[in-house]
Design a protein around this ligand. Sequence first.
Ligand SMILES: NC(=O)c1ccc[n+]([C@@H]2O[C@H](COP(=O)([O-])OP(=O)(O)OC[C@H]3O[C@@H](n4cnc5c(N)ncnc54)[C@H](OP(=O)(O)O)[C@@H]3O)[C@@H](O)[C@H]2O)c1
Length: 264
Amino acid sequence: MNFENKIVWITGASSGIGRAVALEIAKEKAKLILSGRNREALVEVAETCIKSGSRAEVVPFDLGDEKSVADAAASVLSKYAEIDCLYHFGGISQRSFVAETPLFVDRKIFEVNYFGTIALTKAVLPLMIKNGGGHIAVTSSIVGKFGFPYRSSYSASKQALHGFFESLRAENTKNNIRVSIIIPGRIKTNISVNAINKEGKTHAKMDEGQDTGKPAEETAKIIVKKLKRFKKEILVGGREVIMVHIRRFLPSLFYYMSSRVKPL
Ligand SMILES: NC(=O)c1ccc[n+]([C@@H]2O[C@H](COP(=O)([O-])OP(=O)(O)OC[C@H]3O[C@@H](n4cnc5c(N)ncnc54)[C@H](OP(=O)(O)O)[C@@H]3O)[C@@H](O)[C@H]2O)c1
């Protein structure tokens, strides 16, 4: 696939991986719709995309607020007769132990990572079906493939995305809807800074694992290359991605390792 003149809606475009993917796609003269909550950051990304020769507009909204998602979808769908690609990068991580985490924190993570993401997908899907197809990508995580200390509901919300989007794919292959699930390992972004703790407040720390992760720009190049080939699963990161294979082929070793891991 070539992104030239394609209408591509990207959530999580204000920061990190989503921002880097938007800037990468912008090199191909696409028509970008950029979302996140931070309007100022989105405008900065849009300006850079426009300098690269793409069209870009910002549509800020809160994935954790059902009405905000519905309003954003209504506004975009009233303006665009088609959406070629819907790429979800918006999400929040977690830094808290199960035993210390009140349910409102678990719910908050699910509202943003799962319900907000599927609500937007459901709003856009009928238009894609009507127009003969489209490409939807969702960002999971390697912890969407296994459980991990300090990430219980984050991991659960990402695993839920696999169930939802694999079902969506199976139901809509006949409608020419392609689905890609992006599975990053440790990528150097503000994900740990923006992660929420047991109080539901931001962790506000750049964890060492994050700081030494794969740069977002390098990650975006890999992701975009694979999105263009409609890859069903896009595993990207450093050496840590081997955990996905260990979990699958050597589960006992995985259980041993994950119970001894330093939780950050
Ligand atoms: N970095 C990693 O190591 C890693 C690993 C695996 C998976 N991932 C996943 O990759 C995706 C991108 O994360 P990142 O690493 O790029 O982190 P990031 O720099 O913190 O970016 C997160 C993005 O999500 C948006 N977002 C967060 N809460 C939102 C809300 N309530 N409503 C709307 N947008 C919201 C943020 O925008 P605003 O702040 O403007 O709202 C921001 O654009 C996430 O889904 C994350 O789970 C990251």
